[in-house]
Structure formats: structure tokens, C-alpha cells
Write a protein that binds this ligand. Structure first.
Ligand SMILES: [Zn+2]
Length: 642
């Protein structure tokens, strides 16, 4: 996922989430145990799913059947435990042949099985416990008839008015980390990988797409089928339904978007094929056949989601000049780090996100040059430092203890930016040539597997540390993984492209350089850096001069606009508030809006403004973003809701 960095510190701080009472004497953490799933995966392993679902856009319900194919690893086990949250389970049945043995003739008969739901946990949901008779079969199937509830956290149902075209309703899923259980009952842990097939029934005239093989030429008749032949963890099963059209951008790339956004998106993301070629050159074959992009409505809560074969991407990166397309490099890079080699638990999320940020820089360097990659790394480092200043020491490590906490809290800038710094460090210490051999070996060795940080460390020790002794010690590696802050011997990014920006800012602040006399050839990252590093207080005249010279209030670039609006809030610059109001009501990407709400809450008038805007904006946000902003804007109410 592309970062949404504010969550960890803020939510933890405001909601007071902490280790449970047991924290005084914590039990030793078991690295391979996923504390965010009820599934008894040592006894049963799901290997394949068959979904047959109706998506009712008007009623805002997904209903139907999932058939789970699984292996019984422990022949004595008679209870299959699955993850669910806010799901209505209507019936559970088992293939008659599985129950009765080879004597049953009719393969299509299903027999109801007893089941019950355990008491719900506010974070994890309810365990679904299914009683199964003993069997000698090695592969079995069960079928679950179910429907979703309005509270399903992974689903956002948009009314026609909330879409670009304003004609048809839209549904999409955003399931990482543990949202899939709110729309499919299954073993919702990244340790389990399964292939899937799906039949989706919906209104004619809208198109359904999934993180699977999509047929761009399918007729929009409301009946769609999908096959996902590569095994993926639950959080990568994704679905969207809306008034979508397709445009090819290369031999294995294309764009799905609403008509209004299709042309601009195809132009903006025209370099995707070149990015795949760069990824293959650096990290080995692209193993997912096609790479398409689905352009989401503006309410999409994250920058991008690496759903295999079909990344879901925020429209806020369509700036008109390809300046923000690193998000594509990021989601594409997940085709190696994350989707191919997956974190075994959410505690290991840096294996997904730190690797991906490192790979993203390498791809960006190949396609757009090292200068752009360096600028993005410096901006990333600044964001990390901001986050570190607020995080508790134990949450500043790559490996954090998430027991009894919402796993969404793992997605601070730490796994992304500090994870990248760690890999930059290994790259610099061992040299690019050796490190690239290591990386390719790593992706081959663990392809289609889910691994823990401990497994990564063992592989690193064997293939780099011990092979080239005396360069990096095991203690240095452990410091990166488990100590707070940035290690003293980190190799920090620098960008010469920011020197003229610093010089211009200083001269402008000192009154020796006028607005409009600088920055004419600056790129997006330089503007962000210019605005992000302003002093705490600016006068209304200074902001007015800048706005008049550069038109920030009407920027087409949502990142620059975000940096500008932070200055508007910090300095209570009234002429900027109408645009702020509009921005918060039209964009739902957490990374762009949560810091603005946080800044607004620092003053009484800002608080009043934030609450007034949020009441109007809230229905347009994804449930995750609603919860995130609830915690910022109404912290005491959010705490009670916990
Ligand atoms: Zn990511």
C-alpha cells in the first residue's frame, strides 16, 4: 500500500491504545504466530476459494456463497475456525462425498454442518467455528452462504453523486490489513495463500473488476467471471464495481477508469510498461502476466493498493505532468516485495513496505533518473523524522509489538522510510553488485511464500553477512530491526536539486528575492520541499504574494496543494480556507487530509472549522478514513466507541 503515515502516532495517542494489562509481564512473542487471526492454520489450510456473489449497488449488500477448498493437516482436528467481522452467516454446508466417503454418487449434494460464532472482538471480529466429521480425504470443501452488513469496514459504497460521472453507483474494497473478513469468511492471515475463482452478478451497465484475470473486452451485462491462478494472501483479494471503461497503454498494461478520468489517466501513466521492464531488469521476471491500473474515486483512502494484476490508484496522483507517478512504481514494485514475498504477520510489514520503497526508488531511477528518486527519498526522510518525533520509542523500531492492537497501526512511515534506509544501508555497505545478486536470490528463494523478519534475517546472514564477513555485523542488523530512531551509521539521502530551493526560500524570507523571480523551472518535489520547510510563522502578505505569484490555491497537483494548505492552517490565512473546505470535501486519501485535520484541531477556530467540514465530508470517506478522522476530530467520542 502507498503510505498513509499519520495513523500510528495519532490514533495510538488519542485512543490510548496500549499493550494490554499483561504488558507488565508480557508473554514472549511468538514470531510465526499471527495475533490478528483466529484461524487454526496448523490444523487446516485453505488452498482455493470459489466465490459466487451478488453485488447489490442500491441495497449496498454483497451476498452469496464462498466455497473453500482446504487440506486437513491434523487428522484429529474436527473444528475449522475462520475469520469474520460484521458478516451474517446464513448456512454452512459440506460436500456429501466428503462426509460419506466414496459411496455417495452425487457430487453436487451439499449437507449442512453445525457452526457457531464466537463472541466478537472489537478489532478482530468473530471466529466462525465449523464442526467437521473425521474423514480420510486429503482435500475437502465447505460452502458458506453469507451476506455483508452496512458496517463492513473494507467496503465503500458510493452514490452516483460521489463518482466522477455522477450516473452510477460504485463499490470498491480496501482490505489490507484485516478487512477481507468483513466481506468474505476465510483464513484472514497473510500466512495463508490461496488461488481463487469468482462469479460476480450485478447491475447491467456497470463493470466488475478483480485482482485476477480481467477480460478488457467483456460485455457490460452484469455477469462477470474471474480466475486468479497464482496463490495470494487474503488481503490481496479485491473487487470494484462501477461505470468503468478500459484503455490499453501497452502490451501488458492498461487503465480502468470512469470515462471522465480515462484519457488523462492513460496519458499520466503511459510509462507503466517502461517501469515493468525496469523492474524485470533489476529484480527478475514479472510473474503476474498483466499489470493494469484501476483509477479510483477521490475518496480512496490510500495512495495505491497493490492488488495483484490490478493496482487500485488514487486520482490525486494525476497531476498532468507525470510528477507523482512514483505511486505506480511503488504498487508495481509490490509485484516482487509483498505480493510475491509476503510478510507473514503485520508485525513484519516492513518486509512488504520497506522493500517496496527501496524497489520503488530503483525503478524511478531507471525510468526518471536518480535526481527524482533522491528528491523523493529526502522528502520521505523528512516525513519519517516528523513521525519519529511523536512515536513512542517501542513503535520506532521496524519490528513492533502489535498484540491486542489494531494492525493498521503498523502502517506509520517507519516500515516505509526506515525500511528503505535499512536496505539503502545494506546496498551501500556491500555494494550494488553484490546486493542486487542478493535481492534476486531472495525473491527467487521465497517466491509465493510468506515469511517472518526472523526468516529474512537468517537468509541475510547466510547470503550476505557470512558470505562477505567483516562488513556488517548481526548486531548492526538487529539494531535496525529492533532499536528506536535512525541508527547513527545510516546512509542518508541527499539531493542537490534542493540546494537552489533552500537558497531561494532563505532569500525570499530575507526580503532580497521577490516571488515569481524563482522556481520557474522547479518540479513538483522541489515545490513540496519549498513549502514543507517554511518557518512556523508567515505573514498574510507573504502568503498572499506567494499565492499571487504561483497560484497555489488552484494547483492541479494535490501534493503541492496539501503542503500549501498546511501553511494556510498554520498561519490562519483566511483567503485559503474556501479551498481548504473544498479539498477536505473532495479528497479522502488519509495521507493528504489527516494532517490537515490534525493541524486545524490545534486552535479553537480551527477546531470549529474542522468539525463543521467533517460533518459534510464524512459520508464521502471510506470507513477506514472515517475512523481515522473521527479519532482526530472527536477524540473522546472515538474513545468511547472503542
Ligand atoms: Zn506499499
Amino acid at each position: 500500500m502507498a503510505p498513509f503515515p499519520v495513523r500510528l502516532g495519532l490514533a495510538a495517542l488519542i485512543l490510548g491504545w496500549a499493550l494490554p494489562a499483561a504488558a507488565a509481564d508480557p508473554a514472549p512473542l511468538e514470531p510465526t504466530l499471527d495475533y490478528h487471526s483466529f484461524a487454526n492454520i496448523d490444523q487446516f489450510r485453505v488452498t482455493h476459494l470459489e466465490l459466487d456473489l451478488r453485488v447489490d449497488l442500491e441495497g449496498k449488500v454483497i451476498s452469496g456463497v464462498v466455497a473453500l477448498e482446504f487440506k486437513r493437516l491434523d487428522p484429529r482436528a474436527t473444528q475449522l475456525v475462520l475469520d469474520t467481522k460484521d458478516l451474517m452467516i446464513n448456512d454452512v454446508s459440506q460436500k456429501a462425498t466428503d462426509v460419506l466417503g466414496a459411496t455417495a454418487k452425487n457430487q453436487t449434494i451439499w449437507v449442512s454442518r453445525p457452526f457457531h460464532m464466537e463472541k466478537p472482538d472489537p478489532i478482530l471480529g468473530s471466529a466462525l467455528v465449523i464442526e467437521l466429521p473425521p474423514t480420510r480425504k486429503t482435500v475437502e470443501s465447505i460452502r458458506i452462504d453469507y451476506e455483508t452488513l452496512p458496517t463492513a469496514a473494507a467496503l465503500q459504497w458510493l452514490t452516483p453523486q460521489q463518482t466522477a460521472g455522477r450516473h452510477k453507483a460504485f463499490l470498491y474494497t480496501q482490505s489490507e490489513p484485516i478487512g477481507t473478513r468483513t466481506w468474505i469468511p476465510l483464513q484472514d492471515t497473510p500466512q495463508v495463500r490461496a488461488t481463487y475463482k469468482a462469479q460476480i452478478h450485478t447491475d447491467s451497465g456497470v463493470l466488475a473488476v478483480m485482482s485476477a484475470e480481467n477480460d478488457p473486452n467483456v460485455k457490460h451485462k452484469g455477469e462477470y467471471s474471474f480466475v486468479m491462478p497464482q496463490p495470494v494472501p487474503a488481503y490481496l483479494i479485491a473487487l470494484a464495481v462501477g461505470d468503468l471503461e478500459f484503455k490499453e497503454t501497452g502490451p501488458r498494461t492498461g487503465i480502468y477508469a470512469e470515462k471522465a478520468a480515462l484519457k488523462a489517466a492513460a496519458k499520466e501513466f503511459a510509462d507503466t510498461e517502461a517501469m515493468i521492464a525496469a523492474g524485470e531488469k533489476l529484480f527478475g521476471p514479472y510473474r503476474w502476466t498483466r499489470y493494469d491500473i484501476l483509477v479510483m474515486p477521490p475518496s480512496f483512502p490510500v495512495g495505491g493498493m497493490e492488488n495483484p494484476r490490478l493496482s487500485f490508484i488514487t486520482p490525486t496522483v494525476i497531476a498532468g505532468d507525470k510528477s507523482l507517478t512514483s505511486v505506480i512504481a511503488h504498487e508495481l514494485a509490490h509485484s516482487w516485495s509483498g505480493n510475491l514475498v509476503t510478510n507473514a504477520t503485520w508485525r513484519d510489514v516492513w518486509l512488504n513496505e520497506g522493500f517496496t520503497n527501496y524497489l520503488q526508488s530503483r525503478i524511478t531511477t531507471e525510468v526518471y533518473g536518480g535526481q527524482r528518486a533522491a528528491m523523493e527519498e529526502v522528502l520521505g526522510l523528512q516525513a519519517l523524522r516528523k513521525d519519529l518525533a511523536r512515536l513512542k520509542p517501542e513503535d520506532q523500531a521496524l519490528l513492533i509489538d502489535l498484540r491486542d492492537r489494531d494492525p493498521s497501526l503498523a502502517f506509520s512511515t517507519v516500515p516505509y522510510q526506515k525500511g528503505r534506509l535499512f536496505l539503502n544501508y545494506l546496498d551501500a555497505k556491500f555494494g550494488r553488485e553484490r546486493f542486487d545478486v542478493f535481492l534476486r536470490g531472495y525473491f527467487d528463494h521465497f517466491a509465493f511464500k510468506s515469511i517472518t523478519t526472523e526468516q529474512f534475517t537468517a537468509y541475510l546472514t547466510e547470503n550476505l553477512l557470512n558470505r562477505f564477513p567483516g562488513i556488517v555485523s548481526r548486531d548492526q542488523v538487529l539494531a535496525w530491526e529492533t532499536a528506536p530512531g535512525i541508527p547513527a551509521d545510516a546512509v542518508l539521502p541527499v539531493s542537490s536539486a534542493f540546494q537552489p530551493v533552500d537558497a531561494a526560500r532563505t532569500a525570499w524570507l530575507g526580503g532580497t528575492l521577490q516571488a515569481k523571480k524563482f522556481g520557474l523551472d522547479w518540479v513538483s518535489q522541489q515545490w513540496q520541499y519549498f513549502l514543507n520547510n517554511m518557518p512556523a510563522a508567515l505573514s498574510a502578505k507573504q502568503l498572499g504574494d506567494l499565492d499571487q505569484a504561483y497560484g497555489f490555491t488552484h494547483s492541479r497537483n494535490d501534493e503541492i496543494e496539501h503542503s500549501w494548505l498546511e501553511l494556510v492552517i498554520q498561519n490562519n490565512y483566511q483567503p485559503g480556507f474556501a479551498r481548504l473546505d473544498e479539498y477536505l470535501k473532495t479528497i479522502g486519501r488519509g495521507k493528504l487530509i489527516a494532517p490537515l485535520y490534525t493541524d486545524l484541531m490545534k486552535t479553537p477556530s480551527g477546531t470549529e472549522f474542522a468539525r463543521r467540514v467533517f460533518v459534510k465530508a464524512r459520508p464521502g470517506y471510506h470507513p477506514d478514513t472515517q475512523a481515522e478522522i473521527d479519532a482526530i476530530v472527536n477524540p473522546s467520542a472515538a474513545e468511547e466507541a472503542q
